[in-house]
Design a protein around this ligand. Structure first.
Ligand code: HEC
Ligand code: HEC
Ligand code: HEC
Ligand code: HEC
Ligand code: HEC
Ligand code: HEC
Ligand code: HEC
Ligand code: HEC
Ligand code: HEC
Ligand code: HEC
Length: 394
């Protein structure tokens, strides 16, 4: 599948190849390069004396880094090696295994860690690369790996090795490693917004395992069509939210990144207890897509409301038609400035539909519009079960 990602991008790979041939012709995968990598491999396989080797620059062991860097610079081949030519390496579990029995196979091409790409900007385009295995990544990224192992997927990776291998998600990393690592280097998939790959390609990595269940309707959903990536809402390498790997600890904040208008509504005087943390957006919406309008989880607006306000479902002896039809006739579920999240203040709300008889907009002081107004008498606004409640008055 990862190979599929790269092959869907011939344009990018070609740019990368062109750069490579003009910029780094000379280097050959001679024996000295292999042996220096082997030395390096032995170094990092040996029990580590320095505890923290993270990717955070300065903490990284200078000596091993220098060894790897010099290897990276001496490597890179004139001729782009196809994946086919490297079956032996691909068959090995990881680069470490491969190195322990050097075969002098042609070295794959690499993108050097020079130029603007090394300065922390994502300029990397997917380049041809192959899999090197987690051990290699862990030499520089032990910090991130420790964090990852606190997440649900990371915990599973401890008991099911290989299932969450770094390169399953990030794509083959040999070019990234050879270039000495860095942001946007070696075509490693960063998932960030400035990664040159499209959202669709980024998402396909996740959907390979997560296409079913809640994501059945992802394809064609509003969020998919507007180009959202899974990582707009999810973070993977660290556990930020208590569950669901969301970007923010509090789910609505994830949505408020983009839905500022809804955020504003939540802070109106009248609202369901979202900001108090009792319910969340996904109690009503499935952000991954649904069969219903507005990404609602249930078949209709009313069915959505009934999941919590079951008493409003009835059945009633005397129904109030607009309630049956749609709770949103009177309420705004995201909050409003009127009591009970009503769309309009009363009695104006009632006048939207009732313009005759005593339900008319009579002048101020009318017996029908004083105090609690219409509902002084018509109390059972959602429906009545009293035999004498025909006018919803009890
Ligand atoms: C399930 C897919 C997945 C796996 C497995 C995975 N990653 Fe990631 N990684 C991501 C995503 C998605 C991001 C983008 C940032 C985020 O969402 O946290 C990322 C970001 C990163 C970053 C950049 C972090 C930063 O600060 O910008 C590094 C480094 C990284 N991963 C290394 C690794 C290593 C090393 C492994 C192997 C243990 C690994 N990843 C395994 C999905 C994955
Ligand atoms: C030689 C050390 C080294 C090795 C080995 C290495 N990386 Fe990196 N990697 C880095 C450095 C340095 C960065 C930049 C980190 C930063 O700026 O915080 C980086 C960044 C990344 C990023 C973020 C890229 C971006 O564009 O933001 C990912 C993802 C990543 N590495 C994955 C991997 C994976 C997967 C492996 C194993 C195949 C691996 N790395 C092996 C040094 C390394
Ligand atoms: C190799 C298969 C695989 C890949 C690839 C993968 N996941 Fe997962 N993911 C799992 C498994 C297994 C779980 C454990 C829970 C489960 O069974 O649903 C999980 C759990 C999750 C959870 C729930 C975490 C929780 O705490 O409840 C989220 C969110 C998630 N993955 C998002 C993603 C995203 C986003 C990506 C792409 C960057 C991704 N996954 C890639 C297999 C995968
Ligand atoms: C608009 C924000 C958003 C986007 C985009 C998004 N998610 Fe989610 N995801 C959520 C929220 C919120 C939850 C928790 C509530 C829920 O389960 O609906 C969640 C839960 C999950 C879970 C764990 C619960 C479950 O359904 O198994 C997985 C796995 C998951 N998402 C995968 C993905 C994948 C894969 C993608 C990309 C195709 C993706 N998500 C895109 C917001 C999002
Ligand atoms: C990265 C930005 C982004 C994030 C984060 C995001 N959305 Fe959206 N959402 C959009 C865009 C863009 C649209 C389309 C708006 C439009 O067409 O007017 C949209 C539309 C919607 C719609 C309307 C669907 C329809 O059929 O009209 C709902 C409901 C929605 N989002 C819910 C959520 C929820 C819940 C979350 C948090 C879990 C969330 N969104 C997070 C960008 C985002
Ligand atoms: C109590 C249920 C409920 C909750 C909680 C809820 N919504 Fe909604 N949302 C709805 C209903 C019902 C609709 C469709 C009717 C409408 O447009 O008002 C909707 C519509 C939307 C729309 C589309 C509006 C349009 O004009 O098409 C967006 C965007 C949205 N919700 C975002 C959110 C976000 C973000 C949250 C969390 C902060 C959230 N919703 C929480 C019930 C809810
Ligand atoms: C996930 C559960 C849940 C769902 C779904 C839900 N509500 Fe609520 N709603 C609540 C809770 C909890 C309260 C607060 C009750 C309290 O404070 O006694 C509430 C309160 C209300 C209130 C009173 C608000 C106020 O200011 O006093 C109204 C009106 C309301 N909901 C309408 C709706 C409508 C309309 C829908 C469907 C679009 C809906 N609810 C769906 C949980 C939910
Ligand atoms: C005709 C307008 C109207 C419609 C339609 C409507 N309501 Fe209401 N609702 C009101 C009014 C007015 C109040 C103010 C309190 C009262 O009089 O009971 C209210 C109050 C509420 C309350 C808070 C007080 C209570 O009774 O618990 C909830 C919850 C509620 N409505 C849920 C719903 C649900 C769910 C639906 C859809 C099935 C719905 N409403 C449809 C007018 C309406
Ligand atoms: C969205 C439109 C709408 C709104 C808003 C609305 N109603 Fe109604 N109401 C109706 C309809 C439709 C009927 C059924 C009329 C009929 O059967 O002739 C009705 C019927 C009634 C009846 C008579 C029931 C009967 O069977 O004779 C009363 C009383 C009533 N509404 C009170 C109110 C009050 C009080 C409000 C304001 C809180 C209100 N309505 C808001 C649409 C609405
Ligand atoms: C003082 C009590 C009272 C108040 C206040 C009141 N009503 Fe009524 N209303 C009634 C009674 C009693 C009936 C039943 C009349 C009948 O059976 O002939 C009724 C009947 C209705 C009906 C049924 C159709 C009709 O006209 O006979 C509607 C609609 C209605 N009221 C709407 C409203 C609206 C809207 C308001 C607020 C402006 C309101 N009412 C205020 C007592 C009241």
């Amino acid at each position: 599948m990862i190979a599929g990602i790269n092959s869907t991008l011939p344009a990018w790979s070609q740019t990368a190849k062109a750069e490579d041939s003009s910029q780094l012709r000379a280097q050959v995968s001679d024996d000295s390069a292999i042996s220096s990598l082997t030395t390096y491999a032995q170094q990092i396989n040996a029990p580590q004396s320095t505890g923290a080797k993270t990717a955070q620059g300065p903490q990284f062991d200078d000596q091993t880094f220098a060894a790897l860097q010099s290897f990276a610079q001496s490597m890179g081949s004139d001729k782009p090696a196809s994946l086919k030519g490297q079956t032996k390496l691909a068959d090995a579990d990881n680069l470490m295994d491969w190195l322990s029995q050097p075969k002098g196979a042609p070295a794959p091409e690499a993108k050097p860690a020079k130029g603007p790409a090394a300065k922390g900007k994502h300029t990397g385009a997917p380049v041809e690369a192959h899999f090197v295995g987690d051990k290699v990544c862990s030499t520089c990224h032990s910090g991130q790996i420790a964090e990852f192992q606190k997440t649900l997927m990371g915990r599973i990776s401890l008991t099911q090795p290989g299932k969450f291998a770094c390169e399953n998600c990030h794509g083959p990393g040999s070019a990234h490693v050879k270039a000495g690592g860095g942001r946007g280097v070696g075509g490693i998939m960063s998932f960030e917004a400035d990664d040159p790959r499209t959202s669709e390609e980024k998402n396909s990595v996740c959907l390979a395992c997560h296409q079913r269940g809640d994501r059945t309707n992802w394809a064609g959903s509003v969020h998919e069509e507007r180009g959202l990536a899974c990582v707009n809402c999810h973070t993977i390498m660290q556990a930020v939210s208590r569950k669901n790997q969301l970007k923010t600890a509090f789910e609505p904040d994830t949505c408020f990144q983009c839905h500022k208008d809804r955020q504003a509504q939540m802070y109106r005087s009248s609202h369901m207890p979202l900001r108090e943390g009792k319910i969340v957006c996904s109690d009503c919406h499935n952000p991954h897509g649904s069969f219903t309008e507005a990404l609602l989880k249930k078949d209709s607006i009313n069915d959505t409301c009934y999941t919590c306000h079951a008493e409003k479902r009835g059945p009633f002896l005397f129904e109030h038609e607009p309630v049956r039809e749609n709770c949103d006739n009177c309420h705004d579920p995201h909050g409003s400035i009127n009591e009970y999240s009503l769309k309009l203040s009363r009695p104006r709300l009632c006048f939207e539909c009732h313009g005759f008889g005593h339900g008319q907009a009579t002048g101020p002081g009318s017996v029908f519009t004083m105090g609690r107004q219409c509902q002084n008498c018509h109390t059972a606004i959602h429906g009545s079960n009293s035999p004498a409640g025909g006018a919803l008055q009890r």
